[in-house]
Design a protein around this ligand. Structure first.
Ligand code: ZN
Length: 180
């Protein structure tokens, strides 16, 4: 039975570590970690999660854009598990939008990200996949990918004035942040 895992919060050293590659995706401990991450993601209303956020410093993340109370305007997609992901190329265009983080509860920040990216990763079945992501989904990937390199979204802010509380975000800012 998959378990909900405890989320590591800002201040926990695991969030500042560079995560290690996974050598054998078929190992039962890796497959169990994936199931537990999926369960944790759904339970916490996230649209993405990275293994270091549950205290596991491995290069594994999940992108799972969907409309939910924390991101009411998100597009719907199947949760996609990405192991040992790489950013292959990116657009010159950078866009700023609001992000939150399960590991940084209570606040949002306006974060610049590449609008379009080309990525490569290994699936939970061991297949190597290349694909292009854009807009909100590309943003989620870049946010989670940062977690694998010991970074959080606060590190990317252009000004601390671009931090707001969840309360203000959900009551006043959501209608202006539609991403298609
Ligand atoms: Zn995060």
């Amino acid at each position: 039975m998959p378990q909900m895992l405890e989320i590591s919060q800002l201040g926990n050293p695991v969030l500042r570590q560079v995560a290690q590659p996974i050598h054998n995706v078929h190992e039962s401990s890796v497959q169990a970690l994936i199931d537990n991450l999926l369960m944790t993601l759904v339970t916490s209303n996230g649209v993405g999660i990275a293994a270091p956020q549950v205290g596991m410093p491995y290069r594994l993340l999940i992108v799972a854009s969907r409309p939910n109370p924390r991101y009411p305007n998100a597009p719907l997609m199947e949760p996609t598990v990405m192991i040992n992901p790489h950013l292959i190329s990116h657009s010159g265009e950078v866009v700023k939008d609001w992000e939150g983080c399960l590991s940084v509860p209570g606040i949002r920040g306006l974060v610049p990200r590449y609008r379009q990216i080309e990525i490569e990763y290994v699936t939970r079945n061991g297949e190597l996949v290349q694909r292009e992501l854009c807009d909100f989904v590309a943003r989620i990937f870049q946010h989670e990918y940062d977690h694998l390199n010991g970074m959080v979204f606060l590190d990317r802010l252009e000004s601390v004035r671009e931090i707001v509380t969840d309360h203000e975000y959900l009551n006043h800012l959501v209608p202006t942040t539609v991403v298609a």
